[in-house]
Design a protein around this ligand. Structure first.
Ligand SMILES: O=C(O)C(=O)[C@@H](O)CO
Ligand SMILES: [Mg+2]
Length: 262
């Protein structure tokens, strides 16, 4: 049975961010994730969590200037200081919220960049983030993202991510498995999951193509969910999709797993 987490950066977006917590709780979510919450005072977000009883499943470390195309900084040699400042900021927010998982985005790189330098920068930053997070009891998650979705993204494959985790050699670094991004690679979402199941600590879901509700499109989310159950996956499944209409109207697919909904 999947433990669903509403992604408050993509769901309920007709409401201001802080009001989305209540909307998620009202339809029966018991956990939430979000991409970025750094424009708010940590105490403001903490108050919404405690007011609703929602569990914070995960959020992203600062990822640079999103509006201008940044999608993370970890593989960007020239942005090392900014990356490190961001790790501290993410940990402060996580501690305030009681969140124990942070997603570290890799960033967009250019075809002319030196592959070895990018890799060395990424591994060095991953180690830095992992060691700093370990002091706060936090896990660092890394997620391969398809280049169809984010052109030039550094971290594209699960095998690559597993290799980078091995190279970093820190024991609080794990994989984030986003079914939407994996669907670009092929229809089978089960064998890649099983191959890396022992490292996967967070899953995300969206329909493919279109990134709407899981039941909009051809993504075999039921087979993937069955595989998670069979492997006793104990983490959250983040609903990171753009609703085709009003969020509440598209939750039919999730109804069996939402508690106390109206
Ligand atoms: O793009 C994705 O997929 C993610 O999980 C994000 O964290 C990017 O915000
Ligand atoms: Mg994702």
């Amino acid at each position: 049975m999947p433990r669903l987490a509403a992604n408050l950066s993509t769901l309920f977006t007709d409401a201001p961010f802080l009001d989305r917590f209540e909307r998620a709780a009202k339809v029966g979510f018991t956990a939430v994730e979000f991409q970025f919450g750094y424009v708010f005072e940590p105490a403001e977000i903490a108050a919404r969590l405690s007011g609703t009883g929602l569990t914070p499943a995960l959020f992203n470390m600062p990822a640079g200037d999103w509006e201008h195309g940044d999608r993370g900084l970890a593989a960007r040699p020239a942005r090392r200081e900014e990356f490190r400042t961001g790790v501290g900021q993410a940990i402060d927010l996580a501690l305030e919220l009681g969140c124990t998982r942070l997603h570290m985005l890799a960033g967009v790189v250019s075809p002319g960049d030196d592959e070895e330098t990018l890799r060395a920068t990424y591994v060095d930053n991953l180690r830095y983030a992992a060691q700093f997070c370990a002091t706060a009891g936090i896990q660092v998650l890394i997620e391969p993202i398809s280049r169809e979705s984010v052109p030039g993204y550094f971290l594209t494959g699960l095998d690559m991510a597993a290799d980078l985790i091995d190279e970093a050699g820190e024991d609080n670094v794990f994989l984030q498995y986003d079914l939407y991004h994996r669907r670009f690679v092929g229809e089978d979402l089960v064998s890649p999951y099983l191959k890396h199941a022992d490292r996967i600590r967070h899953v995300q879901v969206a329909g493919w193509p279109g990134r709407h509700e899981p039941d909009v499109g051809v993504l075999d989310w039921q087979a993937a969910f069955a595989a998670l159950d069979a492997a006793n996956y104990a983490g959250f499944v983040g609903c990171e999709y753009w609703p085709a209409g009003k969020t509440e109207d598209g939750l039919g697919w999730a109804r069996p797993w939402l508690g106390g909904s109206e």
